[in-house]
Design a protein around this ligand. Structure first.
Ligand code: FES
Length: 91
């Protein structure tokens, strides 16, 4: 995933924004990433990925996701269909 790709597609929160938030705000728990432009508070698809980024950061690793942008979006669309999420957040 590139730095400008969106991890939270609902609220268009990029990997770069999340990395900046992690390094500046130093959240104690992954759920505090929701304070970064609402990441994870829409359809919740990205929550496991936010937790993974937080885990990497806690371990002093470079934060990134081994995900291709298009595959990530496609899997999220399937997830939303599966859960019956019809909210009109970012597609
Ligand atoms: S993709 Fe992050 S809450 Fe929906």
């Amino acid at each position: 995933m590139d730095q400008d790709d969106h991890v939270c597609l609902c609220f268009r929160v990029s990997l770069r924004k999340l990395n900046t938030f992690l390094h500046c705000e130093r959240p104690r728990v992954a759920s505090e990433l929701s304070e970064c432009f609402g990441a994870g508070t829409g359809c919740h698809w990205c929550v496991p990925f936010l937790k993974e980024l937080h885990r990497q950061w806690q371990n002093g690793q470079q934060c990134n996701l081994d995900e291709e942008k298009d595959d990530y979006a496609r899997h999220r669309a399937a997830y939303r269909k599966r859960i019956g999420d019809s909210t009109k957040v970012d597609e």
